[in-house]
Design a protein around this ligand. Structure first.
Ligand SMILES: NC(=O)c1ccc[n+]([C@@H]2O[C@H](COP(=O)([O-])OP(=O)(O)OC[C@H]3O[C@@H](n4cnc5c(N)ncnc54)[C@H](OP(=O)(O)O)[C@@H]3O)[C@@H](O)[C@H]2O)c1
Length: 306
Protein backbone atom coordinates (compact mmCIF):
# COMPACT_ATOMS: atom_id res chain seq x y z
CA UNK A 1 0.00 0.00 0.00
CA UNK A 2 1.16 3.53 -0.73
CA UNK A 3 -0.18 5.32 2.36
CA UNK A 4 -1.60 8.03 0.05
CA UNK A 5 -5.36 8.02 -0.25
CA UNK A 6 -5.63 10.51 -3.09
CA UNK A 7 -5.75 9.03 -6.62
CA UNK A 8 -3.28 9.23 -9.45
CA UNK A 9 -5.07 10.44 -12.58
CA UNK A 10 -4.07 8.45 -15.66
CA UNK A 11 -4.62 9.92 -19.11
CA UNK A 12 -4.81 7.62 -22.13
CA UNK A 13 -5.77 4.72 -19.83
CA UNK A 14 -7.71 3.01 -22.63
CA UNK A 15 -4.50 3.02 -24.71
CA UNK A 16 -1.14 1.27 -24.50
CA UNK A 17 0.91 3.41 -22.13
CA UNK A 18 -1.92 4.66 -19.94
CA UNK A 19 -3.34 1.11 -19.71
CA UNK A 20 0.02 -0.20 -18.58
CA UNK A 21 0.41 2.64 -16.06
CA UNK A 22 -3.09 2.12 -14.64
CA UNK A 23 -2.45 -1.62 -14.20
CA UNK A 24 0.94 -1.13 -12.53
CA UNK A 25 -0.36 1.58 -10.19
CA UNK A 26 -3.31 -0.59 -9.18
CA UNK A 27 -0.97 -3.54 -8.59
CA UNK A 28 1.08 -1.26 -6.33
CA UNK A 29 -1.93 -0.29 -4.24
CA UNK A 30 -2.59 3.17 -5.71
CA UNK A 31 -6.07 4.56 -6.21
CA UNK A 32 -6.33 5.28 -9.95
CA UNK A 33 -8.68 7.62 -11.79
CA UNK A 34 -8.89 7.31 -15.58
CA UNK A 35 -10.10 10.19 -17.72
CA UNK A 36 -11.84 8.62 -20.70
CA UNK A 37 -13.85 9.96 -23.60
CA UNK A 38 -16.29 7.05 -23.62
CA UNK A 39 -17.02 5.51 -20.20
CA UNK A 40 -19.30 2.92 -21.84
CA UNK A 41 -16.57 1.58 -24.14
CA UNK A 42 -15.22 -1.92 -23.48
CA UNK A 43 -11.75 -0.70 -22.41
CA UNK A 44 -13.26 1.74 -19.91
CA UNK A 45 -15.51 -0.99 -18.58
CA UNK A 46 -12.63 -3.40 -18.12
CA UNK A 47 -10.62 -0.67 -16.34
CA UNK A 48 -13.58 -0.11 -14.06
CA UNK A 49 -13.78 -3.86 -13.37
CA UNK A 50 -10.12 -3.76 -12.29
CA UNK A 51 -10.90 -1.12 -9.66
CA UNK A 52 -10.05 2.03 -11.64
CA UNK A 53 -12.35 5.02 -11.10
CA UNK A 54 -13.67 6.19 -14.47
CA UNK A 55 -14.49 9.82 -15.17
CA UNK A 56 -15.61 11.27 -18.47
CA UNK A 57 -13.23 13.85 -19.94
CA UNK A 58 -11.32 15.00 -22.98
CA UNK A 59 -7.84 16.45 -23.43
CA UNK A 60 -9.50 19.20 -25.47
CA UNK A 61 -11.83 20.10 -22.60
CA UNK A 62 -9.82 21.85 -19.83
CA UNK A 63 -12.84 21.97 -17.51
CA UNK A 64 -13.06 18.16 -17.51
CA UNK A 65 -9.34 17.98 -16.63
CA UNK A 66 -9.75 20.50 -13.78
CA UNK A 67 -12.57 18.41 -12.34
CA UNK A 68 -10.51 15.21 -12.61
CA UNK A 69 -7.31 16.71 -11.14
CA UNK A 70 -8.89 18.75 -8.31
CA UNK A 71 -8.26 16.28 -5.46
CA UNK A 72 -5.59 14.14 -7.13
CA UNK A 73 -2.15 13.23 -5.79
CA UNK A 74 -0.56 12.78 -9.21
CA UNK A 75 -1.12 12.85 -12.95
CA UNK A 76 0.31 10.59 -15.68
CA UNK A 77 0.31 12.57 -18.89
CA UNK A 78 0.46 11.07 -22.38
CA UNK A 79 -1.02 12.44 -25.58
CA UNK A 80 -1.93 10.99 -28.96
CA UNK A 81 0.44 11.94 -31.77
CA UNK A 82 -0.12 12.77 -35.43
CA UNK A 83 2.53 10.17 -36.42
CA UNK A 84 0.37 7.28 -35.17
CA UNK A 85 -1.65 5.30 -37.71
CA UNK A 86 -5.26 6.53 -37.70
CA UNK A 87 -4.57 9.42 -35.28
CA UNK A 88 -7.08 12.25 -35.46
CA UNK A 89 -4.87 14.91 -33.87
CA UNK A 90 -2.61 17.59 -35.28
CA UNK A 91 0.83 18.43 -33.90
CA UNK A 92 -0.67 21.65 -32.52
CA UNK A 93 -3.36 19.59 -30.72
CA UNK A 94 -0.72 17.40 -29.08
CA UNK A 95 1.26 20.38 -27.78
CA UNK A 96 -1.89 22.14 -26.59
CA UNK A 97 -3.09 18.96 -24.82
CA UNK A 98 0.29 18.31 -23.17
CA UNK A 99 0.85 21.87 -21.98
CA UNK A 100 -2.76 22.24 -20.79
CA UNK A 101 -2.49 19.04 -18.71
CA UNK A 102 0.70 20.35 -17.07
CA UNK A 103 -0.77 23.82 -16.43
CA UNK A 104 -3.93 22.44 -14.86
CA UNK A 105 -1.99 19.90 -12.78
CA UNK A 106 0.07 22.81 -11.43
CA UNK A 107 -2.97 24.96 -10.68
CA UNK A 108 -4.74 22.06 -8.96
CA UNK A 109 -1.79 21.54 -6.62
CA UNK A 110 -0.99 18.05 -7.90
CA UNK A 111 2.05 16.73 -6.02
CA UNK A 112 3.70 14.84 -8.89
CA UNK A 113 3.29 14.99 -12.68
CA UNK A 114 4.83 12.27 -14.84
CA UNK A 115 5.00 13.14 -18.54
CA UNK A 116 5.73 10.48 -21.16
CA UNK A 117 7.79 11.90 -24.02
CA UNK A 118 10.02 10.13 -26.56
CA UNK A 119 13.63 9.10 -26.86
CA UNK A 120 14.11 11.58 -29.72
CA UNK A 121 13.16 14.65 -27.65
CA UNK A 122 15.86 17.15 -26.81
CA UNK A 123 16.93 20.77 -26.88
CA UNK A 124 17.50 20.89 -30.66
CA UNK A 125 14.75 20.11 -33.20
CA UNK A 126 14.79 16.77 -35.02
CA UNK A 127 13.15 18.22 -38.11
CA UNK A 128 10.26 15.74 -37.70
CA UNK A 129 7.37 17.82 -36.44
CA UNK A 130 5.53 14.97 -34.71
CA UNK A 131 8.65 14.22 -32.61
CA UNK A 132 9.46 17.86 -31.85
CA UNK A 133 6.02 18.30 -30.28
CA UNK A 134 7.30 16.41 -27.25
CA UNK A 135 10.41 18.58 -26.83
CA UNK A 136 8.05 21.58 -26.59
CA UNK A 137 5.88 19.90 -23.96
CA UNK A 138 8.98 18.80 -22.00
CA UNK A 139 10.26 22.40 -21.90
CA UNK A 140 6.87 23.59 -20.68
CA UNK A 141 6.76 20.96 -17.90
CA UNK A 142 10.28 21.91 -16.75
CA UNK A 143 9.34 25.59 -16.53
CA UNK A 144 6.38 25.00 -14.24
CA UNK A 145 6.56 25.16 -10.49
CA UNK A 146 5.53 21.52 -10.06
CA UNK A 147 7.38 18.31 -9.16
CA UNK A 148 7.65 16.70 -12.56
CA UNK A 149 9.34 13.61 -13.97
CA UNK A 150 9.80 13.16 -17.70
CA UNK A 151 10.24 9.66 -19.07
CA UNK A 152 11.53 9.15 -22.58
CA UNK A 153 10.52 5.66 -23.75
CA UNK A 154 12.44 3.97 -26.52
CA UNK A 155 10.54 2.52 -29.48
CA UNK A 156 7.91 0.06 -28.31
CA UNK A 157 8.57 -3.66 -28.90
CA UNK A 158 4.88 -3.91 -29.79
CA UNK A 159 5.36 -1.84 -32.94
CA UNK A 160 7.51 -4.61 -34.44
CA UNK A 161 4.59 -7.03 -34.35
CA UNK A 162 1.95 -4.79 -35.89
CA UNK A 163 0.00 -6.50 -38.64
CA UNK A 164 1.57 -5.47 -41.93
CA UNK A 165 5.20 -5.45 -40.76
CA UNK A 166 5.82 -8.45 -43.03
CA UNK A 167 6.12 -11.25 -40.47
CA UNK A 168 3.33 -13.24 -42.13
CA UNK A 169 5.66 -13.45 -45.13
CA UNK A 170 8.67 -14.43 -43.01
CA UNK A 171 10.24 -10.99 -43.08
CA UNK A 172 10.53 -7.91 -40.86
CA UNK A 173 11.28 -4.46 -42.26
CA UNK A 174 12.08 -1.63 -39.89
CA UNK A 175 14.02 1.59 -39.55
CA UNK A 176 17.59 0.45 -38.92
CA UNK A 177 20.13 -1.32 -41.14
CA UNK A 178 20.54 -5.07 -40.40
CA UNK A 179 23.75 -4.45 -38.43
CA UNK A 180 22.59 -1.24 -36.74
CA UNK A 181 21.47 -1.31 -33.09
CA UNK A 182 18.37 0.40 -31.71
CA UNK A 183 16.77 0.35 -28.28
CA UNK A 184 13.27 -0.95 -27.51
CA UNK A 185 10.96 -1.20 -24.51
CA UNK A 186 7.93 -3.35 -23.71
CA UNK A 187 4.86 -1.19 -23.03
CA UNK A 188 4.23 -3.22 -19.86
CA UNK A 189 7.52 -1.93 -18.46
CA UNK A 190 6.59 1.71 -19.04
CA UNK A 191 3.75 1.24 -16.54
CA UNK A 192 5.98 -0.47 -14.02
CA UNK A 193 8.57 2.29 -14.26
CA UNK A 194 5.94 5.01 -13.89
CA UNK A 195 4.56 3.25 -10.80
CA UNK A 196 8.10 3.13 -9.35
CA UNK A 197 8.44 6.86 -10.07
CA UNK A 198 5.21 7.66 -8.20
CA UNK A 199 6.40 5.42 -5.35
CA UNK A 200 9.66 7.40 -4.94
CA UNK A 201 8.93 11.06 -5.72
CA UNK A 202 12.03 12.37 -3.95
CA UNK A 203 14.20 10.21 -6.13
CA UNK A 204 12.59 11.08 -9.45
CA UNK A 205 11.10 14.60 -9.23
CA UNK A 206 12.94 16.97 -11.54
CA UNK A 207 14.53 14.15 -13.52
CA UNK A 208 14.32 13.19 -17.20
CA UNK A 209 14.82 9.45 -17.57
CA UNK A 210 15.41 7.67 -20.87
CA UNK A 211 13.96 4.16 -20.61
CA UNK A 212 14.55 0.97 -22.62
CA UNK A 213 14.68 -2.77 -22.01
CA UNK A 214 16.91 -4.02 -24.82
CA UNK A 215 19.30 -2.98 -27.57
CA UNK A 216 18.95 -4.96 -30.78
CA UNK A 217 20.23 -4.90 -34.34
CA UNK A 218 17.89 -5.82 -37.18
CA UNK A 219 19.69 -9.16 -37.51
CA UNK A 220 19.23 -9.83 -33.77
CA UNK A 221 15.51 -9.05 -34.07
CA UNK A 222 15.28 -11.62 -36.89
CA UNK A 223 17.12 -14.24 -34.81
CA UNK A 224 14.82 -13.75 -31.81
CA UNK A 225 11.71 -13.80 -34.00
CA UNK A 226 12.91 -16.97 -35.77
CA UNK A 227 13.53 -18.64 -32.43
CA UNK A 228 10.19 -17.59 -30.93
CA UNK A 229 8.06 -18.40 -33.97
CA UNK A 230 9.80 -21.57 -35.17
CA UNK A 231 9.78 -20.03 -38.67
CA UNK A 232 12.69 -18.49 -40.56
CA UNK A 233 12.35 -14.69 -40.29
CA UNK A 234 14.69 -12.41 -42.24
CA UNK A 235 15.30 -8.69 -41.76
CA UNK A 236 15.96 -5.69 -43.97
CA UNK A 237 15.64 -1.94 -43.65
CA UNK A 238 12.45 -0.47 -45.14
CA UNK A 239 12.77 -0.27 -48.94
CA UNK A 240 14.75 2.71 -50.29
CA UNK A 241 11.94 3.48 -52.75
CA UNK A 242 9.49 3.88 -49.84
CA UNK A 243 11.93 6.07 -47.90
CA UNK A 244 12.38 8.26 -50.96
CA UNK A 245 8.61 8.60 -51.49
CA UNK A 246 7.62 9.20 -47.86
CA UNK A 247 9.37 12.32 -46.58
CA UNK A 248 8.63 11.67 -42.91
CA UNK A 249 9.79 8.05 -43.04
CA UNK A 250 12.93 9.17 -44.87
CA UNK A 251 13.66 11.77 -42.18
CA UNK A 252 12.92 9.23 -39.43
CA UNK A 253 15.49 6.80 -40.88
CA UNK A 254 17.99 9.67 -41.11
CA UNK A 255 17.42 10.24 -37.36
CA UNK A 256 18.27 6.57 -36.77
CA UNK A 257 21.48 6.98 -38.81
CA UNK A 258 22.43 10.14 -36.91
CA UNK A 259 21.86 8.31 -33.59
CA UNK A 260 19.06 10.62 -32.44
CA UNK A 261 16.30 7.99 -32.53
CA UNK A 262 18.19 4.82 -31.59
CA UNK A 263 18.26 5.46 -27.85
CA UNK A 264 21.23 5.79 -25.54
CA UNK A 265 19.80 4.49 -22.28
CA UNK A 266 22.29 2.82 -19.93
CA UNK A 267 20.61 -0.61 -19.78
CA UNK A 268 22.77 -1.95 -16.94
CA UNK A 269 21.99 1.06 -14.76
CA UNK A 270 18.29 0.86 -15.65
CA UNK A 271 18.16 -2.85 -14.89
CA UNK A 272 19.76 -2.22 -11.48
CA UNK A 273 17.01 0.34 -10.78
CA UNK A 274 14.15 -1.54 -12.45
CA UNK A 275 15.03 -5.27 -12.29
CA UNK A 276 11.77 -6.29 -14.00
CA UNK A 277 12.79 -4.74 -17.37
CA UNK A 278 12.17 -7.25 -20.16
CA UNK A 279 14.58 -8.08 -22.93
CA UNK A 280 13.03 -8.79 -26.32
CA UNK A 281 13.32 -12.60 -26.05
CA UNK A 282 11.63 -12.66 -22.62
CA UNK A 283 8.91 -10.34 -23.87
CA UNK A 284 8.33 -12.54 -26.95
CA UNK A 285 7.97 -15.58 -24.71
CA UNK A 286 5.43 -13.83 -22.47
CA UNK A 287 3.40 -10.70 -23.18
CA UNK A 288 4.46 -10.60 -26.84
CA UNK A 289 3.55 -14.23 -27.63
CA UNK A 290 -0.07 -13.51 -28.57
CA UNK A 291 0.94 -10.52 -30.69
CA UNK A 292 3.53 -12.65 -32.47
CA UNK A 293 0.95 -15.32 -33.32
CA UNK A 294 -1.32 -12.58 -34.66
CA UNK A 295 1.51 -11.05 -36.72
CA UNK A 296 2.33 -14.43 -38.31
CA UNK A 297 -1.21 -14.86 -39.63
CA UNK A 298 -1.56 -14.10 -43.36
CA UNK A 299 -2.75 -10.54 -44.07
CA UNK A 300 -3.02 -8.27 -47.08
CA UNK A 301 -2.15 -5.17 -45.03
CA UNK A 302 0.59 -2.94 -46.48
CA UNK A 303 3.58 -1.71 -44.50
CA UNK A 304 2.28 -0.57 -41.11
CA UNK A 305 4.65 2.37 -40.64
CA UNK A 306 3.72 5.57 -42.40
N1 LIG B 1 5.17 3.73 -30.68
C1 LIG B 1 6.35 4.03 -30.12
O1 LIG B 1 7.33 3.33 -30.31
C2 LIG B 1 6.43 5.25 -29.23
C3 LIG B 1 7.61 5.49 -28.54
C4 LIG B 1 7.66 6.59 -27.68
C5 LIG B 1 6.55 7.42 -27.55
N2 LIG B 1 5.41 7.17 -28.26
C6 LIG B 1 4.25 8.08 -28.09
O2 LIG B 1 3.22 7.46 -27.35
C7 LIG B 1 2.06 8.28 -27.47
C8 LIG B 1 0.85 7.40 -27.63
O3 LIG B 1 0.76 6.57 -26.51
P1 LIG B 1 0.00 5.18 -26.63
O4 LIG B 1 0.64 4.36 -27.69
O5 LIG B 1 -0.16 4.67 -25.28
O6 LIG B 1 -1.41 5.70 -27.19
P2 LIG B 1 -2.61 4.82 -27.78
O7 LIG B 1 -2.49 3.39 -27.40
O8 LIG B 1 -2.76 5.18 -29.21
O9 LIG B 1 -3.82 5.43 -26.96
C9 LIG B 1 -4.14 6.79 -27.06
C10 LIG B 1 -4.92 7.12 -25.83
O10 LIG B 1 -5.20 8.53 -25.82
C11 LIG B 1 -6.61 8.69 -25.61
N3 LIG B 1 -7.06 9.91 -26.26
C12 LIG B 1 -6.93 10.23 -27.56
N4 LIG B 1 -7.47 11.44 -27.78
C13 LIG B 1 -7.95 11.89 -26.59
C14 LIG B 1 -8.62 13.04 -26.16
N5 LIG B 1 -8.93 14.04 -27.03
N6 LIG B 1 -8.97 13.16 -24.86
C15 LIG B 1 -8.69 12.16 -23.97
N7 LIG B 1 -8.04 11.02 -24.31
C16 LIG B 1 -7.69 10.89 -25.62
C17 LIG B 1 -7.24 7.45 -26.22
O11 LIG B 1 -8.53 7.30 -25.68
P3 LIG B 1 -9.78 6.72 -26.52
O12 LIG B 1 -9.96 5.32 -25.99
O13 LIG B 1 -10.90 7.63 -26.15
O14 LIG B 1 -9.43 6.77 -27.97
C18 LIG B 1 -6.25 6.39 -25.75
O15 LIG B 1 -6.49 6.05 -24.42
C19 LIG B 1 2.26 9.15 -28.69
O16 LIG B 1 2.46 10.47 -28.26
C20 LIG B 1 3.52 8.57 -29.31
O17 LIG B 1 4.23 9.55 -30.03
C21 LIG B 1 5.34 6.10 -29.07
Amino acid sequence: MTGINKPVVVLGATGQQGGSVAAALRAGGWAVRAVVRDPSGHRARSLSASGVEIVRGDLGDPESLRAAFSDAHGVFSVQPNSGQAGADVTNEDEVRFGTTVADIAGRCGVAHLVYSSTVAAGPTPTGVAHLDTKSGIEAHVRNLNIAGTIIRPATFMEILLLPGMGLDRGHLSFLMRPDQAMQFIAVRDIGRIVAAVFDSPDRYAGRTVEIAGDTLTGNALAEHLTQASGRQISYSRLPATLLAQDEILGKTVALVDSGRLVGNADLDALRAEFPFLLRFDRWLAGHGAGLLQEALRPTDTGIALR
